[in-house]
Design a protein around this ligand. Structure first.
Ligand code: FES
Length: 579
């Protein structure tokens, strides 16, 4: 039964709910009509879900409710029927122990919601770090047409007449506080000047990186990553996305048609060009795993080695996302990459990457540098390290590291948790010098659990007071995309899984050789075997609930930290209709 003269589109998924006859169809329609929709919405037009990660507990996403209204306008304009629904909002700053513990839960929740409801396509509204990869993982596993709309960065922070980057500035202020260069009262004023509008972090941290990745993958409209959250063009783009998703449904363009191996290669190269977050490594691996796209940790090094850093943004550089927007945004960067990108990759616009960015202008060469005169030369991107300390790999963000420490040999100072380190970090007698290699372990996916951003712990006060600004740090956790320092991350296998990191003792020699891509523990094999025999795994983090499920099934960082039973896709088929 239909309720208007508009013909049903044969095979449209939502029609199996809304065009059903008898009690089943009446149930499906009647309760929807309780919201005041006219019967024409059931005439076979595409039903578009708008998955919004809005929450007052996720401040970076708090405006997505309004973004959703713009998306709805576009869907109505194009002849679709928009329906907004909530997906788990992950606020990076509040969630404990870490939002990363819940990325896969968001992905699982959103996947099931998309599949179980009468949707023909979906618009994914994200912002704060994990919400972007979580929703892309979900959409990939369902396979309905999808488009992403990220919420955009905050306006630039301003303090004492200068720019301050969200996240990035806090690291520096904490060091200044520890070293006595700032007071608590000054910090309180400064923090109020940093996050001064809606939006996600406005450095090239993880949120900006993942928004850029979504755009580079072809899953969101050009310029979407850079419009500030409060810019009218953010809302114009959201409305356009609402129009576009209806077309994607009508042409049956699925995420798998867009996020191909070529698209991932483009994303990896773009990540190098923007000086993006190391978290992109984990998230892109996880998204690719949902799609069955072959992607390996080493691809992030091999594909990016000849890509210079073109974008002069904090934390690697000087400017902020607002400047990036005014300079031309991601299309200007992608145009500059020229034949480094696979121009034929399809995007949600219906055009290829090459067509999208062919005429993209650049308005500020200090923010987006020319390929021939880059902000940083090729080879300063994410390096993948291996060795007896990281048999399955580790990563380091070279652009955020001190060049003088990229080849370094020093003695280990080992802590079994960041908390244990923080307890002594201010000790003026701490046995540490500028050659020390600080090891913080049991911070991996199973260990903490959730693999928090604990790797870039602040330097010991003893070194800060001597003017030391960086030392080598090694961790099986992650580093905030807003942070900087010579920090080896994502060591795999992690200590809690019995990786060699668990066997390091204070005083051991460690050699880091980034140009040679090695990370070595200089301890004889026999001694390591003795230590392994004496090692016992830490107790499980939880005996029940999500944390138990997570630690039971989470994969290591080199595989993207997805749960082993969530890898791959299940399609959009649903079970029977009991009505
Ligand atoms: Fe949400 Fe940085 S805290 S993006």
């Amino acid at each position: 039964m239909t309720t208007s003269s508009r013909p049903l589109v044969p095979g449209r998924r939502s029609a199996t709910w809304f065009a059903a006859t008898g009690r089943s169809g009446m149930n499906h329609r009647a309760w929807m009509r309780s919201q005041g929709f006219t019967p024409e919405v059931f005439d076979g037009r595409p039903v578009i879900g708008i998955a919004t990660t809005w929450s007052e507990l996720a401040p970076c996403n708090v405006h997505l409710h309004r973004v959703a209204e713009s998306v709805k306008r576009g869907v109505w304009q194009a002849g679709g029927f928009p329906l907004e629904f909530p997906a788990m909002a992950l606020g990076e700053t509040l969630l404990r122990p870490t939002a990363m513990l819940y990325r896969n839960l968001l992905a699982m929740e959103a996947e099931e919601l998309i599949r179980a409801n009468p949707l023909d396509g979906v618009v994914l509204l994200s912002g704060c770090d994990k919400t972007t990869p979580g929703l892309l993982m979900a959409a990939s596993s369902v396979g309905l047409p999808a488009i992403m709309v990220t919420g955009g960065p905050m306006l630039s922070g301003k303090y004492q007449g200068g720019d301050v980057g969200s996240g990035t500035a806090v690291w520096r202020w904490e060091e200044d506080l520890l070293a006595g260069r700032m007071t608590e009262a000054e910090c309180a004023v400064a923090e109020g000047c940093m996050a001064r509008s809606n939006g996600h972090c406005m450095t090239m941290g993880t949120a900006s990186t993942m928004a850029s990745m979504a755009e580079a993958l072809g899953m969101q409209l050009p310029y979407s990553a850079s419009w500030p959250a409060v810019d009218a063009r953010r809302y114009e783009t959201a409305q356009r996305a609402g129009q576009v998703i209806v077309g994607l449904v009508e042409r049956e363009v699925t995420p798998a048609a867009i996020m191909t191996r070529a698209a991932f290669e483009n994303a990896i190269r773009v990540n190098a060009a923007i000086g993006g977050s190391t978290n992109a490594v984990i998230h892109l691996l996880a998204i690719a795993g949902r799609l069955g796209v072959p992607l390996a940790l080493d691809d992030f090094d091999l594909l990016a080695r000849d890509v210079p850093t073109l974008v002069n943004l904090q934390p690697s550089g000087r400017y902020l996302m607002e400047d990036f927007c005014y300079a031309g945004g991601l299309p200007a960067v992608m145009r500059e990459l020229g034949d480094q990108l696979q121009a034929g990759a399809l995007t949600v616009t219906g055009q290829t990457v090459g067509e999208n960015v062919r005429d993209a202008p650049c308005w500020n060469r200090d923010v987006i540098t020319p390929f021939g005169q880059p902000f940083q030369p090729a080879g300063r991107g994410t390096a993948v390290l291996r060795g007896n300390l990281a048999p399955d790999g580790a990563v380091i963000k070279q652009s955020a590291a001190s060049p003088g420490l990229l080849r370094h040999r020093g003695r280990a100072l080992v802590f079994d948790s960041p908390e244990a380190y923080h307890q002594v970090a201010a000790d003026p007698e701490l046995d540490v010098d500028e050659d020390t290699v600080l090891v913080i372990r049991y911070c991996g996916p199973k260990g903490y659990p959730g693999m928090p951003e604990t790797a870039n712990v602040p330097l010991p006060a003893r070194l800060l007071n001597r003017g030391v600004r960086d030392i080598v740090r090694i961790c099986d956790g992650r580093m905030s995309g807003t942070a900087y320092g010579t920090v080896v991350l994502h060591v795999a296998p992690e200590a809690a899984a019995g990786g060699p990191l668990a066997l390091v003792s204070t005083g051991d020699w460690i050699t880091l050789d980034v140009p040679a891509r090695t990370l070595s523990l200089e301890v004889p094999a026999g001694e390591l075997a003795r230590r392994r025999a004496a090692w016992t795994p830490p107790p499980r983090a939880a005996a029940r609930g999500w944390t138990w499920l997570y630690t039971e099934h989470v994969q290591q960082a080199d595989s993207g930290c997805d749960l082993d039973f969530l890898i791959g896709a299940s399609g959009a088929e649903v079970g029977r209709d009991p009505h």
